[in-house]
Design a protein around this ligand. Structure first.
Ligand SMILES: *Cc1c(COP(=O)(O)O)cnc(C)c1O
Length: 421
């Protein structure tokens, strides 16, 4: 197998147009677009009959294992424009200890921390930068809680794009340094991500920025869509019953829902999973809107959570998230900060899986959903770990030994353990 085949082979593409997610109004493909004329996110539409005729499951299975294997389902026209850092297919891992503890036969984590820049933002920004590059963009700006900025910086640097990034002041230190090291210009801002977004909007004209804010360009969703395509393929086109997803701006939930609908329209799958949006009690606008029966969420005041990636007080795609959750038969659920911490410690110390706090939130969400009877124990559960735990502050560990003094070995087994909380 040629390892670069997905990045070099000429393959047909099937985009017909872009469609406003709210009004359905058509916008022309292969042109630079931000939001729709109605000010809402744009969705990319394909001739799915033609996709069906061009590709089958066997052909797909023989390609190298990265997200570009799904080219017929993606918008990029010319292989030479693909900006790639090795977007590998991510593994599925059983949490055996949790399955035993929660008496649930199948709890599987899809571990997206293996992607470039150690988060699933690589999928969306890899695609977004590829399309921006294809359409001639050279200067971009973005508000971010960290991981998106790092991915934008990494992909942007490969094609000499000028990248401007604005983070809330308390973004994890490692993220800000990572963004800087990857060649972007980065600032800490004394506000939240929506305040950072206002800076991008205000500076856009003067700076000639293309706005890479979540869902303000159409292609990040297409990158995130590959999570759904990949999951379906990995599970032999028989998806799990319930997917728990840490929801911030919502690109992942919207992208996966789009993937499942496209696959269903093509007859590649017959059953779609229920989608569960998990948020922190410290920032739960989608959960509130879900319970209030609303189509749009209200701005969440004083948003606070250790799970930086889901600290999004207002999401422009809120109505699309809520639609995916409701139409799939799923629900939205909030978990406490202490439940997130506990779940993170448990997954790490008992199952060896170092999740981000966002990923841990999905485990906490599953536990709560079981307690409340929202899911059945025997359903197959899939959790998304969207970033690596090493990118966040960890509890200190500072036990020391003096090798020149006698060691009381019997005391070592009594040392502190993370689960003695
Ligand atoms: C961005 C991010 C999320 C939220 O993703 P959306 O798809 O935008 O809702 C969750 N977890 C991590 C680690 C993230 O970086």
């Amino acid at each position: 197998m040629d390892p670069f085949e997905n990045l070099t082979a000429d393959r047909p593409t099937f985009v017909t147009h872009l469609e406003c997610g709210a009004t359905g109004e058509h916008h022309e493909a292969d042109r630079l677009h931000g939001l729709s004329n109605a000010g809402k996110p744009l969705l990319v539409r394909y001739d799915l009959d033609a996709v069906s005729a061009a590709i089958d499951k066997e052909t797909l299975a023989a390609r190298p294992p990265d997200m570009w294997r799904y080219r017929e389902f993606l918008p990029v026209r010319a292989a030479e424009h693909i900006v790639s850092l090795g977007e590998t297919m991510t593994p599925l891992i059983h949490l055996r200890s949790e399955e035993a503890r929660l008496r649930t036969p199948s709890i599987v984590v899809k571990d997206e921390s293996r992607l470039p820049t150690a988060s699933f933002k690589a999928r969306g920004l890899g695609m977004g930068v590829t399309m921006a590059h294809e359409l001639g963009v050279q200067r971009v700006a973005m508000p971010t809680n960290g991981n998106a900025g790092a991915a934008l910086a990494a992909y942007g640097s490969r094609v000499d794009m000028e990248v401007y990034v604005f983070c809330p002041a308390d973004t994890p230190e490692v993220n800000v340094r990572e963004i800087a090291m990857l060649g972007a210009r980065v600032w800490r801002v004394n506000g939240l991500i929506n305040d950072c977004g206002k800076i991008v909007a205000a500076g856009k004209d003067e700076m000639g920025w293309f706005d890479f804010s979540t869902l303000k360009e159409p292609y990040r969703i297409e990158g995130k869509k590959t999570m759904g395509l990949e999951l379906a393929e990995q599970m032999n086109w028989d998806l799990p019953d319930v997917i728990f997803y840490p929801t911030g701006g919502g690109t992942g939930i919207i992208g996966m829902w789009k993937a499942f609908n496209e696959l269903e329209a093509m007859g590649w799958i017959t059953r779609k999973p229920r989608l569960v949006a998990v948020q922190s009690e410290g920032c739960a606008p989608i959960v509130k809107a879900y319970h209030d029966g609303k189509d749009h969420a209200e701005l969440w005041k004083d948003a606070a959570t250790v799970a930086a990636g889901i600290r999004v007080p207002a999401a422009i795609g809120d109505f699309l998230i809520l639609e995916a959750v409701r139409k799939s038969g799923g629900f939205a659920i909030a978990v406490s900060e202490s439940a997130i911490e506990r779940a993170q410690a448990t997954a790490a110390a008992r199952d060896g899986v170092m999740t981000s706090p966002e990923g841990a939130a999905t485990l906490a969400g599953l536990e709560r959903a079981l307690e409340e009877g929202l899911v059945d124990r025997n359903e197959r559960m899939l959790l998304f770990n969207c970033g690596h735990g090493l990118k966040y502050p960890m509890p200190p560990s500072d036990q020391a030994l003096d090798h020149t003094a006698p060691i009381d070995f019997a005391t070592l087994a009594a040392a502190a353990h993370p689960l003695d909380l």
